[in-house]
Write a protein that binds this ligand. Structure first.
Ligand code: NAG
Length: 422
């Protein structure tokens, strides 16, 4: 009897101890922005968990900060490059199974906030927070310790950053930040513990990891350690897929010669702004940028176009959809009948009528475009001057913002030269 009671007290003490251990997570990975990544230990960890790489495939770095996958052997098109066993792959549906009803309240909150399509990402985010709070006891500890600590994504930006960006890029970046903040609020309705919920650095980090390192696969979000080491390339060498068992397989999409980087596509390369906002880098290979016509959003939508159609190319070329939207908005302001006739020509694909309209009104369209380009160039100079006035120590994202604006500026100068020659 006495023995049993002692045993019971012992259990109680143990559970209290394990509770306080959770309250003060020991071995939480160091999320300080100056902490170095331990990528090579992760490569061994992945191998021990059954990750396979094609011969010659490895992870390299020139500066100990940025890492990239590359191959030292030829890889024929269609052959596997990296395979990650299902057990290691984090997916939104596995998280839903693991956490069951304990996420329902949080997810309902997101749905009420119009973020239903972000639920798969949210599940991954919660799983990352959960594993993070397990500290060294998490099987993902070594993986987490290999990841970047600081990010230049929209979610990491501040209002001071948004002030220095063109409106479209600023808007995309702000959306990311808003989603991240909504996730933080929703996380309070989940079993994630208090110390993590109060750790803003951990919350942002988890959002950035979930967003930048996972891929979408038939409505799910999947994060496969090691298959997340491919950088972005507009001409990708690698494509990621999942088999029926949930194993992640990255295939070569083309014959890859030895000595090549291995890259995948993170999204539409025609316009760098969405990748900039989500991933925090400027895609140098992007051939174009959004033309920054924000005031004609309604006209754009009426004609059935999206921001990704309205492009200025690095070469100075202007996508045909831009001319359509600019002329349509001029006509709407001046002559509704003409506007309707032009609209009909656009939506019915009547190229002859469209061409006639463009020829008749060309001088107006050109004037409007020149005004827009000159105005944007002035704005860009102002935004970049503002960014340069910030202290780099408190605003570490200044270089990436300046880089973005410089890319846009070059493109706009080329468009200006092209317009002047017309
Ligand atoms: C975290 O890392 C930073 C930079 O490497 C270091 O200065 C700091 O002392 C570390 N913090 C802890 C608690 O180890």
């Amino acid at each position: 009897m006495k023995f049993n009671l002692l045993f019971f007290v012992g259990l109680l003490v143990n559970s209290v101890r394990s509770f306080s251990y959770q309250a003060l997570p020991r071995g939480l990975i160091n999320l300080s922005s100056s902490q170095e990544r331990d990528v090579y230990t992760m490569v061994d960890w992945a191998t021990a968990y059954g990750v396979q790489k094609a011969e010659g495939v490895g992870i390299y770095s020139n500066d100990g900060k940025d890492y990239f996958a590359a191959t030292e052997s030829d890889i024929p098109a269609g052959s596997p490059v990296v395979c990650v066993p299902s057990e290691l792959v984090l997916t939104s549906s596995k998280v839903a199974q693991e956490f069951g009803g304990s996420l329902t309240e949080a997810e309902n909150r997101l749905i009420r906030g119009g973020l239903e399509d972000k639920i798969p990402l949210f599940r991954l985010y919660i799983k990352i927070l959960y594993e993070l709070e397990q500290g060294e006891n998490s099987p993902y500890y070594t993986y987490f310790n290999s990841l970047p600590r600081s990010y230049n994504t929209g979610a990491s930006m501040t209002f001071a950053c948004f002030d220095c960006l063109p409106p479209y890029a600023a808007w995309l970046a702000m959306q990311e930040r808003q989603t991240s903040v909504n996730f933080q609020k929703a996380a309070k309705l989940t079993p994630i513990s208090e110390p993590i919920l109060e750790n803003i650095c951990a919350l942002k980090w988890a959002y950035n990891v979930a967003l930048t390192r996972s891929v979408e696969w038939y409505g799910e979000r999947c994060l496969a350690p090691m298959a997340d080491m491919f950088n972005h390339g507009s001409e990708a060498e690698v494509e990621i897929s999942f088999d029926e068992q949930g194993n992640c397989i990255a295939y070569a999409t083309t014959d890859v010669p030895a000595g090549s980087p291995l890259r995948m596509s993170y999204g539409d390369s025609r316009n760098p702004s969405p990748i900039f906002a989500s991933y925090g880098f400027l895609d140098e290979s992007a051939p174009a940028t959004f033309c920054k016509l924000m005031d004609t959003k309604l006209e754009m939508e009426e004609l059935g176009y999206t921001y990704s159609d309205l492009l200025f190319y690095k070469t100075g070329e202007i996508s045909p959809e831009v001319y359509d939207v600019v002329l349509y908005s001029i006509l709407k302001k001046n002559d509704l009948d003409q506007a309707n006739a032009f609209y009909q020509a656009v939506v019915s694909g009547d190229e002859d009528t469209k061409a006639q309209y463009h020829a008749s009104y060309w001088l107006y369209t050109k004037e409007e475009l020149c005004k827009h380009v000159d105005g944007t160039l002035k704005d860009l100079a102002r935004w970049s001057a503002k960014a340069q006035s910030y202290d780099l120590n408190t605003h570490p994202r200044v270089p990436v913002i300046l880089h973005h604006n410089e890319f846009v500026k070059q493109t706009f100068w080329n468009v200006k030269a092209n317009l002047d020659s017309m």
